[in-house]
Ligand binder design. Sequence first.
Ligand code: GLU
Length: 416
Amino acid sequence: MCGIVGYLGNRQATDVLVDGLSKLEYRGYDSAGVAVNNGKDNLEIRKFQGRLAVLAEDLQKSPIEGHLGIGHTRWATHGVPSDENAHPHFNEDQTIAVVHNGIIENYLELRAELQAEGYNFKSQTDTEVAAHMISKYYQGDLLDAVYKATARFRGAYALGVICTDNDKELVAVRKDSPLIVGLGEGENFIASDIPAVLKYTRKVYYLENGEYVHITADKVEVLNENREVVDKKVNEITWDVEAASKGGYDHFMIKEIYEQPEGTKNTLMRRLDENGEIKLDDIDITKEQLDKINKIYIVACGTAYNAGLVGAHAVQRFLKVPVVTDIASEFRYSDPFIDENTLVILASQSGETADTLSVLREAKAKGATVLSIANVVGSSIARESDYTLYTWAGPEIAVASTKAYTCQVTLLTMLT
Ligand code: GLU
């Protein structure tokens, strides 16, 4: 959901990657990393939890030489923010590296399949299956391997892929996550968004879903799902970097308002099975645990509290269980009646709201079951709750919540 940059040209790849990723910082992220083909037997990979500055500093201290690379800023969806879970992810012998934005929905079954075949996993991400799957199908033709691997994926993915065998080849694909191609003079780029390449070129291809890009030393080819070359139109970008970083909108808030359908779709569709039935397989709460619940509190702050009010309406109406919605800062002082038969549902975009976190700790101390709805993977509320459901709204930058709210309402209704 965050940033991808890829480069093939004559400059030092890491300069372009770090610079490009910095232009995507507005999208929000929790870790950053790069992989570079430096002509050796293994790809050189550096990745760190935290700000891009951590990566940039490391690269300054010990630079990587090479003209082909991929970079990533991560907004965790599967696995906490950590160095290990940061991208790029790579195959066993570190000859193929992948950056990914999105969610590979069937990663658990693919992971089990690959593990049974002897592939070892180092991270908790869904993305790592992409690295191993591409490696499994790789027989000297990277594009072919990416086609074969992606045919196995369900979900959303923008991928950038490089390997050691060819230091003049970059493969990318877009499905339900954004990706553009920047066309320079003797150099080419891939990126999640235009600001990342504007310093170098104003000529771009907008990729459609299901399009693959094959960048080699002398050409950029876009292909469709049937491996036929697509005749793409070159777009000239006329806006400035400032406007571009907000996707052409004047403010983040209006941008995020327009992102509501996408966020809702992410939150909803990925939890529907083939028959359109809701499956909340991200939590493993049992029927026995649910049966003993005789009272529900929904507690949150600010906009999330409003989502709670809507959620409570749904719960009372459909489940006929008493529900009290309260503002976290008030809740603790209202002497709530909490025991082991109580379910406390918390909602927080950041997962760090201090009052909500205090309620969580108090409710747990009194034996209640705590289920949280959060947007930031690995946040305090997510970590400390008995169960967490994530709204996959993507980072929300505006202070006034819009898309996170819509996704909270969606999720509370699904939970009901
Ligand atoms: N699902 C992947 C992960 O959790 C990619 C997240 C992203 O788009 O940044 O690592």
